[in-house]
Design a binder for this molecule. Structure first.
Ligand SMILES: C[S@@+](CC[C@H](N)C(=O)[O-])C[C@H]1O[C@@H](n2cnc3c(N)ncnc32)[C@H](O)[C@@H]1O
Length: 373
């Protein structure tokens, strides 16, 4: 962690600013660039309750298992195994990131205080850092933080923190809090969302992407039961082999069927659409390794909630976040953005004008109002 992070980290029990105890170890900054100095090990202590928290491997360890959901801890462990197996960074993540958070654009991050909830291997923290955020705190509940630290811990505006979204060690200091592909894996996605929203400044912005319930009936009815009963319980090496076997036909259909069909449709718009075509075309940009990881994630996660649009909208209402922009991503998931800053929110709505996103009303008739685990 950077020494400057000490201005922000709070005790997760009593919200008091943590203090660095004597005896810590630092890595000197190269070329006397003070911002690149790292505290590698030591202890943080709370002046109020006297609890201490370790800093290990450059990462403050701020998860208290007695305060977190057992399921969320287990989910963190499961994902940590996955990230250790698939630690690779890839240039294509940049486009994927901006597709997920669209209509937020790269300029939005400049000089902002940013919180990423559920950072995995740190692929998004890197992009945000490159967009010249003032500082990004990237948190994850599990040992994925070690992979993230390897990948991006050295960047001067990045701090990797091991913490639970439900017990974030910060005050309301962020211009932007975002979370991609994470809340639906939590025991209580809405509590995670509300916890994030409480860390926004008075004019802060929130952006989350979650699995949608709409158009995912086959995942909910077929893949979910298999994942819960069998695949999430397999040993990681066995699951990796199984995921590769499933990934191969997915990879081939994306590359050999969905993508060519989509190209053909641009010439012959009367052609019918194929099952899951939008998503399959989207993932055809990735190589086999990436699709293998996507399949592994789907089979390994202990929890996966599929969130209906109008339920998703309620999260924003509960968080006191006005009039969210809700965008249907690849026709199988939801991106939601809101801001306490009216001009920013107006700009996000403006960017969505004329773009296809079915309204909650269109879906209400078709689906149950409850997220499913
Ligand atoms: C599917 S991964 C997505 C990671 C990252 N957002 C990305 O897209 O690369 C979900 C991540 O969320 C983390 N996570 C799940 N529940 C969490 C919680 N309660 N607090 C913090 N992180 C959590 C997991 O450990 C995992 O690394």
């Amino acid at each position: 962690m950077k020494p400057s992070a000490l201005d922000y980290l709070l005790c997760i029990h009593c919200n008091k600013l943590l203090q660095l105890q004597d005896g810590f170890k630092c890595v000197e900054a190269p070329q006397s660039n003070a911002e690149a100095e790292e505290i590698i090990s030591g202890k943080l202590s709370c002046p109020e309750c006297r609890r201490t928290y370790d800093i290990r491997g450059g990462i403050p360890r701020l998860v208290d298992v007695s305060k977190s959901s057992h399921t969320d801890i287990e989910t963190g462990q499961s994902f940590a195994t996955a990230w250790k197996s698939f630690p690779r960074m890839d240039e294509r993540y940049r486009q994927q990131f901006f597709d997920w958070i669209d209509p937020v654009d790269p300029q939005f991050f400049k000089d902002k205080m940013v919180l990423e909830c559920g950072c995995g291997k740190g692929r998004h923290a890197k992009i945000v850092a490159d967009c010249e955020a003032k500082m990004i705190f990237a948190v994850d509940i599990g040992d994925a933080v070690e992979v993230a630290y390897q990948n991006v811990g050295h960047l001067p505006n990045v701090n990797i923190i091991q913490a639970d979204i439900d017990n974030l060690p910060f005050g309301p200091i962020f211009d932007l809090a975002f979370s991609l592909g994470v809340l639906h894996h939590m025991n209580s996605p809405v509590s995670g969302f509300l916890s994030m929203s409480k860390k926004l400044k008075k004019d802060g912005t929130i952006c989350v992407w979650v699995y949608g319930r709409e158009n995912n009936r086959w995942l909910i009815r077929v893949v979910n039961p298999v994942r819960i009963a069998i695949t999430s319980k397999l040993s990681p090496p066995l699951l990796k082999v199984l995921a590769a076997l499933v990934a191969l036909p997915v990879y081939l259909s994306a590359h050999l069927i969905a993508a060519p069909w989509t190209r053909l449709q641009t010439k012959l718009p009367a052609l019918p659409s194929l099952f899951y075509q939008r998503y399959m075309t989207y993932i055809s940009r990735f190589d086999f390794n990436e699709i293998h990881h996507i399949v592994y994630d789907h089979l390994s996660a202990p929890v996966a909630n599929y969130v209906a649009r109008h339920y998703f909208e309620q999260w924003f209402a509960e968080g006191g976040l006005p009039d969210p922009v809700i965008r249907w991503h690849n026709q199988n998931s939801w991106t939601g953005i809101s801001s306490h800053n009216p001009p920013i929110l107006a700009m996000m709505h403006e960017r969505m004008v004329g773009r296809e996103t079915p309204s909650g009303e269109q879906f209400k008739a078709q689906i149950q109002p409850k997220a499913e685990s």
